[in-house]
Ligand binder design. Structure first.
Ligand SMILES: O=C(O)CCC(=O)C(=O)O
Ligand SMILES: [Fe+2]
Length: 262
């Protein structure tokens, strides 16, 4: 049976749908036009302009390191923490007079989780949330999982009972670039035996995965949340490019705030 019933489409987020996603009653939640499609396109255009005119244009994939790139490098980690608030302000400035899509997402998570939601902090410092990711023609994301405690041996990471990947699609590819997610997890125990072959839980071969996957072709403005314990991939972009604001959401239990980072 096709696992399409594991994709839930909702008009607005609520507590139940977040719980269902953490409990894997579904593997993905789509909120069509979470951010107005026209606003998304204008914001994408501004981001493309900024990227094309910046030094090192052409190599931009993400405006800042994601956390797992900085865990072992003190200098990059310092830079990472320093941009947390400037990153929020920049997106607010570029989105004005409309709200920043990342602010809207944080408010939606805060209002719909019993314990609320907040930026993740580490050692008293805020972490960035909602990094901009450009996916060019020819790029793809191989099957992987995102599980913070596998990369980062920290009490907060180990206390997490679940992790979501959240993406707002500001612009989408003309062809390809779909998000594919399997109703299939690789446990920490299984992963331990293959960690050397797939560092960062990245690059699993498709032949160890079920044939059927949930395939999502997002439209501009869509928000898609996935449970990142499930193996997921980004299909190769064959025409055009896509740009997302992207982050993770950690669950420390219903009575504690969700923690947001990128
Ligand atoms: O860009 C996407 O569609 C998904 C990115 C991803 O792998 C994630 O959010 O964990
Ligand atoms: Fe991912």
């Amino acid at each position: 049976m096709s696992p399409d019933h594991k994709l839930v489409t909702v008009d607005v987020l609520d507590e139940q749908v977040l719980r269902d996603l953490f409990e894997l009653k579904c593997v993905a939640v789509r909120v069509p036009e979470f951010y107005d499609a026209t606003y998304s396109k204008s914001l994408a255009d501004l981001l493309y302009q900024e990227i094309d005119s910046s030094a090192g244009a052409g190599i931009y994939e993400s405006n800042i390191d994601s956390f797992w790139n900085v865990t072992k490098d003190a200098e990059r980690r310092e830079r990472y923490f320093n941009v947390a608030l400037p990153l929020q302000r920049r997106l607010r400035r570029l989105s004005a007079p409309h709200p920043s899509p990342v602010d809207l997402l944080r408010v939606a998570l805060d209002e719909n989780w019993p314990g609320g939601a907040t930026l993740m902090s580490m050692g008293g410092r805020k972490m960035p949330f909602g990094i901009t990711r450009l996916w060019r023609t020819g790029s793809e994301g191989l099957p992987h999982q995102d599980v913070l405690h596998r990369e980062f041996d920290d009490p907060m990471a180990h206390a997490m009972v679940g992790q979501l990947g959240v993406n707002i699609y500001l612009d989408t590819a003309d062809e390809g670039g779909e998000l594919e997610t399997w109703d299939h997890t690789i446990s920490d125990e299984e992963y331990a035996g293959m960690a050397d072959r797939y560092p960062g839980s990245y690059g699993y071969p498709r032949d160890i995965l079920p044939d059927e996957a949930v395939l999502i072709a997002p439209q501009p403005g869509d928000l898609v949340l996935i449970n990142t314990a499930c193996v997921h991939a980004i299909r190769k972009i064959t025409t055009g490019r896509r740009i997302t604001v992207s982050g993770f959401v950690g669950n420390l239990g219903p009575d504690l705030p969700l923690r947001c980072w990128s």
